[in-house]
Design a protein around this ligand. Sequence first.
Ligand SMILES: [Fe+2]
Length: 456
Amino acid sequence: MKKKHLIAGSCSLLVVLSLAIWIYSRYDVWFGNPPEKPYLPPQRPERVLLTFGTEDEWTRNVSWQCDSVVREAFVRLAEEEGGDTLLIPAEGETFRSRNGVSAYYVARLRALKPATAYRYQACTDGKESPWYGFRTQPASSNRAISFLYMGDVQDTLGGKANHYLKAALQRHPEIEFLTCGGDIVERPMDSYWGELFRGVDSIGQTLPLLTVTGNHDYLKGVIQKLERRFSLVFSYFLDSMIGENQVFTLRYGNLQLFCLDSNRELPYLLEQKQWLESKLKESSAQWKVVILHHPLYSIKGAMNNLIQRYVFDDLLREEGVDLVLQAHEHAYARMTAHRPDGTAQPPVYTVSHCSPKHYRIRFDKQFDRYGISGRYYQLIRLEDDTLTVATHDAYTGSLYDKLQLVKPEGKEAQIIDLGKEIPEYLEFHGDPKRKKNQRYLERIREYKQWRGIATE
Ligand SMILES: [Fe+2]
């Protein structure tokens, strides 16, 4: 008996020790943050960003940085067609990150006129940014709306986001605003924030940019933490947060967007669910689109993101959400819900990214379509009773996937798959000599066989 206890005790000790060694070896990966290089704040108003303000579509916020001490600041706002120049006071706040300090400003532009071209300039203590311009949308509630969605941007320093964004806007000049699925920076460090602003240079000052939070936007730790500067840049969160939850909703014509923070722990997700439920129930919008970082149906692992799915998925289905835009898993995938008779029905779930990093996926057969090794963006267009999601290859601009969700009045929603004829791109470029890569290549081959795609 004594011997048995001794063996059991030794085994337990071994398990605990192995676990401790494993956690120790992985500690930096899970909980560590690379050091932030020291930086100086800009001496003039820089890193100017145009975004939405409140749920009301006739608002915009402008945020910027200047120096490290808060001074008097405002936005000079004028209509292009003449009229008075208004001075909109800005709220300033100093934010100290791990290795530097800067003053951040937010000016709230309210009661804007429909279909009006404005120009604006950020001013702090007599120093001025260049003039930028934006145009508000027409007031008609049933007009066509187009916007662009990018999953993770998460660019490396000196990356290509600006090139891809500019090319996308040239292809689709009808885009009215930009949305992002989080991980907008690789790490919460000044250098990566600088990279983001290079990425959106001349775009993020003209078209409103809206993002949700991603895990890379957080500072890692046993309890992860979102720095205040995230909300000081994406400043709609300053007024929309529920407790500690970065949530936001925007009514824009016949569309309502709902932004969630899927990075949080269960109690916070439940708070978000409560908020989302009330906002969905009170929404009269024809189209409801949810954006969150973690895919509710993971393409990486069967056990991934189950908490997010458990919290949100039933609600999205019950409250008639049409489209769920997701990110995080660095590949492309599209899935639809199904009725008991097998026909596709909303919501449509997409996973996408526009980052230089590519992850391995598991090719779950409940998805309609995948894409690997590429960067993508979605052009979303709402017109009459049809929502169209067109996924493009960000490298070439070519169409990679397309579907339409049609909701004729009084009839069941219908999903038309227009991507069937476009070949799935499933080429993996890793070193085929590595065992891990060989297993992945085998998985790709099996999936291709199952889909009837020719394999070499
Ligand atoms: Fe992520």
